[in-house]
Design a protein around this ligand. Structure first.
Ligand code: SF4
Length: 383
């Protein structure tokens, strides 16, 4: 059987910059989308050669950003056709595109579906227009609802992104948001706690005292209540921040959490491929010029040693509520994780943060909100 890989494609354009965002995205890039897509197609062509030589097929393709749907319908069509031309594709490939409300319309939805897209990840974030405006989102809740209805008509699966712990938000507000979104009946929902990233506008506003965030206990209560509402509505809580109706787990993101190889194409995209982690340059002219000269863009490379791979496998796998399978770990590394991490496991079990049965190790209910503490225990070894 041929090896399968997840492919991520980065589109760095956005309508404007949200105040909390530190992703590699901008509304003001020096290179036009048409020129960027030309360079990206060249990268696809070069990478496809490597994939074919290694006998690897793409099992999932995830087009994210940025906001891929700021591209025109014609550009989206060209992008999908470049992917289909160059990537060796497995049958039943999961094709996800990230969409923001206000950037999708009927012609774009039709082009995406015709290009094989079968899953949409829609950035709704909140139901309150004032908070959406404060966050720098360029859409209202009504526009988010319209976008969702349109996507539901065109695609097999629609996921919505929701953020909690927002400035001025109370537990009752976040619960109302989650309940309202459950009523839409999405197939999948991602529930993220707002993180303050250094250098963002949000960071500056908090520093100046111009915005305040809920207290930590309040933010934790929002997550806890959000989880309970989603589970009560029939969602399976399968990863720290992710909930799916049966059969709708995100296969692409499962590759990351299972620490399997993936290939990232586009500006600043990350890859984990042939035991190394790569990160493409974030310098757009350099990215473009390298590819137009027929070379892959410069990238930082980090060779992953076996010990590091095992630690990553624990850290990422424990994000999944199903945890890490002893048998699978043994099959992959020819080692028993219970022996390898005996001291860490014992300490975490004594604190009640993890639990084990005969087959798996996973976070306990108590360990869920303290997941980062648990992960840190597994990444203390030498790289
Ligand atoms: S839409 Fe997404 S990628 Fe674009 S600025 Fe907002 S959070 Fe960042």
């Amino acid at each position: 059987m041929r090896m399968k890989i997840a492919v991520y494609i980065h589109i760095p354009y956005c309508k404007s910059k949200c105040i909390y965002c530190d992703f590699l995205s901008s509304p003001n890039l020096a290179v036009s989308p048409a020129e960027y897509l030309r360079a990206l197609e060249q990268e696809l062509a070069l990478r496809s050669h490597e994939l074919r030589e290694a006998g690897v097929m793409a099992d999932t393709v995830y087009i994210g950003g940025g906001t891929p749907t700021v591209l025109s319908a014609a550009e989206l069509s060209a992008l999908l056709s470049a992917c289909r031309t160059h990537l060796p594709l497995a049958s039943g490939t999961e094709w996800t595109v990230e969409v923001n409300p206000g950037t999708i319309d009927l012609p774009k939805a039709a082009v995406l579906r015709a290009g094989g897209v079968n899953r949409i990840s829609l950035g709704v974030q909140d139901t309150c227009d004032d908070r959406l405006a404060l966050l720098g989102r360029t859409h209202t809740f009504a526009q988010a609802r319209q976008a969702f209805s349109l996507c539901k008509k065109f695609f097999n699966a629609v996921s919505v992104d929701v953020m909690l712990g927002l400035p001025g938000q109370k537990v009752a507000d976040s619960a109302k948001t989650v309940r309202e979104l459950c009523a839409w009946q999405p197939d999948h929902l991602s529930l993220y706690g707002l993180k303050v990233e250094a250098g963002t506008r949000l960071d500056a506003l908090l520093e100046q005292g111009a915005a305040t965030l809920p207290a930590e206990e309040e933010a934790l209560a929002m997550m806890q209540q959000g989880r309970e509402i989603l589970v009560a509505h029939g969602f399976n809580h399968y990863e720290l921040a992710n909930f799916a109706k049966p059969g709708h787990q995100c296969r692409h993101n499962l590759s990351y959490w299972e620490n399997r190889p993936y290939l990232g194409l586009g500006l600043g995209a990350h890859s984990y491929w042939q035991s190394s982690r790569y990160c493409n340059t974030a310098d757009l002219p350099l990215y473009q010029n390298s590819l137009l000269a027929g070379m892959l863009p410069p990238a930082t490379i980090h060779v992953v040693q076996k010990r590091e791979e095992m630690e990553d496998t624990m850290m990422l796998g424990l994000r999944l509520t199903g945890g890490v399978s002893f048998k699978e770990f043994q099959r992959r590394f020819r080692l028993d994780l219970r022996t390898l991490f005996a001291a860490e496991i014992q300490g975490l079990r004594e604190k009640g943060l993890i639990e084990c049965d005969a087959e798996t190790i996973r976070l306990s209910k108590r360990g869920l909100p303290l997941a980062n503490l648990v992960f840190a225990e597994f990444i203390t070894g030498s790289p």
